[in-house]
Design a protein around this ligand. Sequence first.
Ligand SMILES: NC(=O)c1ccc[n+]([C@@H]2O[C@H](COP(=O)([O-])OP(=O)(O)OC[C@H]3O[C@@H](n4cnc5c(N)ncnc54)[C@H](OP(=O)(O)O)[C@@H]3O)[C@@H](O)[C@H]2O)c1
Length: 223
Amino acid sequence: MTTVLITGANRGIGLEFVKQYAGEGARVHACCRNPDKAEALNALKGDIVIHGLDVSDFAAVKALGEKIDEPIDIVVANAGAGGKDAGDFGDIDFDAFSRLLQVNTLGPVATLEAFAPHLKKTKGKFAAISSTLGSIENAGGYAPAYSTSKAGLDMAMKSYAALLAADGVAVGPFHPGWVKTDMGGPSAPVTPEESVAGLRQQIAAMKPGAPHLVAYNGEVLPW
Ligand SMILES: NC(=O)c1ccc[n+]([C@@H]2O[C@H](COP(=O)([O-])OP(=O)(O)OC[C@H]3O[C@@H](n4cnc5c(N)ncnc54)[C@H](OP(=O)(O)O)[C@@H]3O)[C@@H](O)[C@H]2O)c1
């Protein structure tokens, strides 16, 4: 049986990951900030264990790692924020920018630190949901705070991929496409179903060692 852990599992791409993995019979640890309010998640059928988790509470992430005492095959660090409150050039809110880095960059790092022992037992996979906006080569000044947070995430994933390769653990960042969620908005061309079906294929193909930034449809994007 495959065991999966997903952060930000109550809506959007994270909720769809729970649906699809649980739907094919996996055991899913579904993490979200407010389990009591996670109606769509609570309504899902399957082997789903729901945990309260704010990924920017690093002590809580570590404690959850200690509490879940079982091997895990796949961790999807999906939780993320758009960072609109961080502002733009000339009007940056540095407190909000710092909070964004804590959620989008350090949250996945804390998640990987906490669950590396579980993944080592299965020679498992750690997938971080990043964004093409984190590509340094493509950077054009759009959403500087969000882009910086995802570029930092990509760097962390490439570093940790090297650190964990000898243990047989694959680590890498993925771009989900422009997806119709609360973050992506109604004009986005990709549905959560399409995005997650593609991401699951890319995750299944992950190998230990140097990763690429890979899109949901398999396209390799520039760092
Ligand atoms: N949609 C797109 O077009 C797109 C494109 C590129 C990358 N992405 C990335 O894909 C991931 C999922 O995005 P989405 O489109 O599904 O966004 P979404 O619909 O806005 O959902 C975001 C999820 O992250 C959770 N979250 C936010 N801050 C958190 C925190 N501190 N701790 C734990 N959970 C937290 C939210 O929980 P609450 O409900 O508690 O707020 C929610 O479950 C994000 O990393 C995002 O950056 C999305």
